[in-house]
Design a protein around this ligand. Structure first.
Ligand code: PHB
Length: 386
């Protein structure tokens, strides 16, 4: 891409969000993993968040204080306490792990600091443990996986074996898929949870899965674990016989090229893929590609949209914790992933879910969308918003 074109793209995005409406400084605590299994995801969310501020021409209006959760719930709690009580941030953005989100929930609610969740899908945070101070722009674990049950049944699959890491996200993703696949008429013929962040050898689990003789395997893995799992599923010989399905983080554009040919043909569901054919996404992918020389991932978009909803809230006049918390759920626009709005009954995002196949494109791997489920909205799941 020529430099002139790059500047045109950045200029066009800046025009949609005029800087003039924002004057005061906003202090943001960016709470992400910078180490551990999900470190790369944290870097990607950070890059997307900064990109939104820069494109809006507002980077100097936001002071960012970064802290590392290390993907450990007690560390997440210590770090958010430091950001809120010592640094006195106006808003916290981030959290990748459902375990960390569960651990910080009561502190966020009690200290009345707005939290924009930029990844962690913990269903309870926008269900029975919802809070007016927690707004999620990423996804919920149920939202990503619910559409896959009926869709796989329609493809003729009747018997499924499931695998996921043993922590809140793995349990919730598999639970929702199990319910929706069973409701469609399918049968779960076996299920195992692998020690989270510690499993290097998936061999014994793959052997058990194979001996249950399923039509398909459905999994949730992300980050480093996704790379190991997809490679071993191929090298242990299952790929040839049993098709692999899952939540789309399994074959994220962030690490699918590290998985290589083992990922080809895997079918998964996600709220964003960089191949979406819309003007908003093409502009976004062009700008990201120009900066980083690779396509953006769902994690980039989650960071970017966290930035955009915050900018929109501040532009509408919100300046302190209470007014930012009230303004966030009102934000609504069409962005790279398609239409995005926040359901005020739960504060979870309402968005399209895309079922996609990982396909080879020359030396690289890319995402072919095969079905779109529009405007997927979670049930309130016991949320009483107050
Ligand atoms: C989660 O813990 O909620 C989680 C982590 C990584 C993902 C998706 C969900 O890619």
């Amino acid at each position: 891409m020529t430099n002139a074109f790059k500047y045109l793209l950045v200029g066009a995005l800046a025009l949609t969000l005029p800087a003039s409406a924002v004057s005061a400084q906003t202090k943001v605590g960016l709470l992400l993993p910078k180490s551990g299994n999900y470190a790369a995801l944290g870097e990607e969310i950070d890059a997307g968040f900064v990109m939104a501020l820069e494109e809006a021409g507002l980077a100097d209006q936001f002071t960012i204080i970064r802290e590392d959760t290390e993907v450990k719930p007690p560390v997440g709690v210590a770090k958010i306490r430091k950001l809120v009580l010592q640094d006195e941030v106006d808003v916290v953005v981030g959290i990748v792990s459902s375990g960390v989100l569960g651990a910080v929930r009561d502190f966020v609610d009690g200290s009345k600091v707005p939290l924009i969740v930029a990844n962690a899908g913990n269903d309870h945070a926008t269900g029975s443990a919802c809070s007016k101070y927690i707004v999620r722009v990423s996804f919920s674990n149920g939202q990503i996986n619910r559409p896959m049950g009926p869709w796989m049944f329609e493809q003729g699959i009747r018997k499924v074996y499931t695998l996921a890491p043993d922590y809140a996200a793995g349990r919730q993703m598999i639970d929702t898929f199990t319910k929706s696949f069973s409701a469609a008429g399918g049968e779960i013929v076996g299920s195992e949870f692998t020690p989270f962040g510690k499993t290097q050898d998936f061999g014994p689990y793959l052997t058990n899965a194979k001996s249950a003789n399923p039509d398909a395997i459905f999994v949730f893995y992300a980050g480093g674990e996704a790379i190991s799992f997809v490679k071993q599923y191929d090298s242990f010989g299952l790929k040839a016989d049993i098709p692999l399905f899952g939540s789309g983080f399994l074959t994220s554009p962030l690490y699918v090229n590290a998985e290589g040919p083992a990922a080809v043909g895997v079918k998964t569901a996600l709220h964003y893929v960089p191949t979406l054919d819309t003007p908003e996404n093409k502009t976004f992918v062009g700008a990201y590609q120009a900066k980083f020389d690779r396509p953006p991932s769902e994690y980039t978009v989650q960071g970017y949209d966290s930035g955009r909803v915050l900018i929109e809230a501040v532009k509408s006049g919100a300046s302190d914790r209470e007014s930012i918390a009230s303004a966030l759920p009102k934000v609504k626009y069409t962005g790279p992933r398609g239409p995005l709005e926040i359901n005020p009954a739960t504060n979870n995002v309402v968005q399209n879910i895309y079922i996609y196949e990982t396909v080879a494109d020359g030396d690289a791997l890319t995402q072919k969308v095969i079905a779109t489920v529009e405007n997927v909205k979670d049930p309130v799941n016991g949320c009483v918003m107050q």
